[in-house]
Ligand binder design. Structure first.
Ligand code: GDP
Length: 439
């Protein structure tokens, strides 16, 4: 799920990151593309519109436009807004005793499966769930729940075959629960192809009698806008307390997930991510937002960078790079800035696509030796590496516990880098002149 939306958003961000400076026009263009991508993913149009307006409001701020990493900052804004759209913080269940959870939804959404999955999850958290089959319209549902309950290892209440009075079943189930060890009752209710009045009436009566703390609607993410409409109607009729979003593992476009919370104002509490009983998890808005944006853990990276990198320092460094007055002392400074962000392995691991680099090609030991070599130079040698003759190089190698070859290599790489920067600086100047119409 989300792969198309995710691909498109990443294209937009790649484009934004490509700009050293970002203008209001860059942002407006990017937001237009994002809006199209959202609509294409079947996100409710009003939700998409409001979302874009909120991002725009934040992205246009002076701080973002003038920062050294505007592209990154905008990605972070997207992430934060997307997290808010998906509900902000994870929403726990209200399980005050006797905890009763009514699971409702249309046929095929995944009610029975999710009831059992929820029981398994709660059991793994040390609760003692009880499953109650209340779907009297689909006899197979009762047997299905019983099989799943056995698989999960929790007690299940099965009404008499042919029973049609849901209140009677409710009363008997509550009596059964009192006799059976357990502290959370999960009621799997009847569904329909479409929501109709008799079903609403039946669920209302059950709600009235049970007074559940939680009424969770099960929505099939693959049904897109329809899931949103259904949830809205159920909410109006019953007053939901949360959503279980199933089939997030499918290849639907993802619009339902993005619109459900905003339209119903109810939190998505759990997500079904596969057919297996354990493929069910607490729903974390920020994690899904990260996945949609295909960000690895760029958000933590940006936050970390903001903690350790001083914007003024970064700007000075950039200036030096441009003027090619960058020396070994600056090299060392940059190095330390990077080091303050934690082990390089971790930093690289946070970048999308870089996770698989972990543990292979980065040699922390080598980086430490580079630092030792520069530290063994005198301040004068750091600013003017050209004075490093053979005798000085030997001294540096001895002082840093490395070899002359390593010292030579470092100086060679640094000189090449500086030359390249100088050329780039000249090219930029020429291009700037060309743009001004001078050529
Ligand atoms: P109900 O009619 O609402 O009770 O729906 P069921 O619980 O019988 O589920 C309908 C179908 O959806 C079953 O084949 C389930 O295995 C499947 N299903 C439920 N949740 C998920 C999920 O998260 N991912 C996938 N891939 N399939 C699911």
């Amino acid at each position: 799920m989300f792969s198309r939306l995710s691909d498109k958003l990443q294209d937009v961000f790649k484009d934004l990151r490509g700009h050293g400076r970002i203008s209001e026009k860059n942002i407006t263009d990017a937001l237009r593309d994002v809006r199209m991508a959202l609509l294409d993913a079947d996100v409710h149009f009003q939700v998409a519109k409001d979302f874009i307006a909120r991002v725009k409001d934040k992205a246009m701020g002076e701080e973002v436009l003038r920062s050294v990493t505007p592209g990154q900052q905008i990605v972070k804004i997207f992430h934060d807004e997307l997290t808010t759209l998906l509900g902000g913080d994870a929403a726990p269940l209200n399980l005050t005793k006797p905890a009763r959870i009514l699971v409702v939804g249309l046929n095929g959404a995944g009610k029975t499966t999710s009831s059992a999955k929820l029981a398994r999850l709660l059991k793994s958290q040390g609760r003692a769930p009880q499953l109650i089959a209340c779907d009297l319209h689909r006899p197979a549902a009762i047997a299905q729940l019983a099989t799943l309950a056995e698989q999960v290892g929790v007690p299940v209440y099965q009404p008499q075959a042919g029973e049609t009075d849901v209140l009677k079943v409710g009363r008997e189930a509550v009596a059964w629960c009192d006799q059976t060890p357990g502290d959370v009752q999960i009621y799997d209710t009847a569904g329909r192809q479409d929501l109709d009045e008799p079903l609403i009436e039946e669920l209302r009566r059950l709600k009235e009698f049970l007074q559940p703390q939680e009424i969770l609607i099960v929505c099939d993410a693959a049904t897109g806008q329809q899931a949103v409409n259904v949830a809205e109607k159920f909410h109006a009729a019953l007053g939901l307390t949360g959503i279980i979003l199933t089939k997030l593992d499918g290849d639907a476009r993802g619009g339902a997930a993005l619109s459900l919370r905003e339209v119903t104002k109810q939190p998505i509490k759990f997500a079904g991510v596969g057919e297996k009983i354990e493929q069910f998890e607490q729903f974390y808005p920020d994690r899904l937002a990260g996945r949609i944006l295909g960000m690895g853990d760029v958000v933590s990276l940006v936050e970390k960078a903001a903690e350790v990198i001083n914007e003024d320092d970064a700007r000075r460094m950039e200036e030096k790079l441009r003027k090619a007055s960058f020396d070994l002392e600056d090299f060392l400074q940059q190095f330390r800035m990077l080091k303050r962000m934690g082990p390089l392995q971790n930093v690289l691991g946070m970048l999308p696509g870089m996770a698989n680099l972990k543990g292979s090609s980065i040699d922390e030991g080598q980086l430490k030796r580079v630092e030792a070599i520069i530290l063994s130079m005198t301040p004068q040698e750091r600013t003017r590496p050209d004075i490093l003759n053979a005798r000085r190089r030997q001294r540096v190698a001895r002082g840093s516990g490395t070899t002359v070859t390593e010292v030579n290599n470092l100086i060679l790489r640094f000189t090449q880098m500086r030359k390249m920067m100088k050329n780039m600086g000249q090219m930029k100047k020429l291009m700037a002149q060309a743009r001004k119409g001078g050529m």
